[in-house]
Design a protein around this ligand. Structure first.
Ligand code: FDA
Length: 305
């Protein structure tokens, strides 16, 4: 409830200017964002690799307002992938993309053009041995995003898809995607959604997550268990110990529960979602909304600064 309220406030232009314009934001942002550029992203990749942790790199940016910005997104990912390959960091690592950064929201042919851009991006990444997962944004984009993933998977079957347990429709989507070879990142969902489409109670989101996880593993999919919820992590470890039909890896966000990331990496495949870039506002506000303590810390920094 508080998180939904905060996401509403974060959409206000004045709040955005206050937060992005304040010099005290930077150190707080740095907890969640690896840095401004590809060099920072590869440095974080190398650091995490020392602990046996793989990455999925996110070039920050979403909701572009013009086609040339969407083309820039593709070019930015191309640079990133080239850099990973040049530094011997391609194998086992991944990138995450948002279709709204590829122009999905730009007019009636936005979804088709975003699919074309994603196809070029994924093709290039594949050629360098880098996997791609398509992030899931708010519920209005789910149908188009799943359609894009279906198209991408026809040529690049390892393309990953994200499903959000908070959405009521996800139960059906999970059944469709719970197949051998299908890489599915399961998350709770980070967007401000109305009760018509999403479970309002956290307990129901959590229960839906566990049901979805069982469906993925029973169906033989590769489940990417993306959560910092230690009860769910424990349950997932128990399910894996029983030798399910599918396989799994754990995923967490950069800067959140690092000791647990290190512990998991000793026993399982572990991947950290590492965002980088200067367009951090949307990502950062979702991280604040997830945890009131983050907001309190940030608010204290703003006042003290
Ligand atoms: P929950 O919110 O219940 O948190 C469990 C515990 O984890 C908290 O009690 C707290 O201790 C800790 N925690 C959680 N969030 C924290 C934070 N911001 N700061 C500090 N501690 C925190 N969402 C989406 O809609 N589309 C997507 O594509 C993705 N992609 C994605 C990739 C990966 C790798 C992860 C881990 C998450 C996402 N998400 C996402 C975000 C996801 O939907 C969700 O909002 C967050 O993971 C928080 O939910 P938890 O599952 O961690 O549980």
């Amino acid at each position: 409830m508080f998180g939904q309220l905060l996401l509403g406030v974060a959409g206000n232009g004045g709040v955005r200017r206050l937060v992005t314009g304040s010099s005290v934001s930077r150190p707080v942002v740095a907890r969640f964002v690896a840095g401004d550029d590809v060099a920072a992203a590869t440095a974080a990749t190398r650091d995490l690799a020392r602990d046996g942790i793989a990455v999925t790199l996110d070039r920050l940016g979403e909701d572009v307002t013009a086609p040339d910005q969407a083309d820039e997104t593709v070019a930015g990912y191309r640079d990133l992938v080239e850099r990973l390959a040049a530094e011997g960091l391609a194998e086992g690592n991944e990138v995450s993309i948002k279709l709204s950064a590829l122009g999905q929201g730009l007019g009636p042919d936005g979804p088709a053009r975003a699919t074309d851009r994603a196809h070029a991006l994924v093709g290039h990444a594949y050629s360098r041995g880098v996997d791609v997962t398509v992030d899931m944004e708010d519920h209005t984009r789910v149908e188009d995003t799943l359609e894009t993933v279906r198209t991408l998977r026809a040529d690049f079957p390892r393309t990953g898809c994200v499903l959000q347990s908070m959405l009521r429709r996800t139960e059906g989507d999970v059944r469709d995607l719970a197949r051998p070879g299908s890489r599915v990142r399961l998350v709770k969902g980070a967007y401000n959604e109305p009760p018509e489409v999403a479970h309002p109670a956290k307990a129901d989101v959590d229960k839906a997550y566990v049901r979805a996880l069982r469906t993925l593993l029973d169906g033989g999919a590769h489940a990417m268990v993306a959560t910092h919820d230690l009860r769910i992590v424990k349950l997932a470890e128990e399910l894996l110990a029983a030798g399910p039909a599918g396989s799994a890896e754990f995923q967490m966000l950069y800067g959140i529960r690092s000791p647990e990331q290190q512990r998991l990496a000793k026993h399982h495949a572990m991947r950290v979602y590492v965002p980088y870039g200067t367009d951090w506002y949307g990502y950062f506000s979702r991280r604040l909304a997830e945890r009131p303590a983050n907001l309190a810390f940030f608010a204290r920094s703003l006042v003290a600064g």
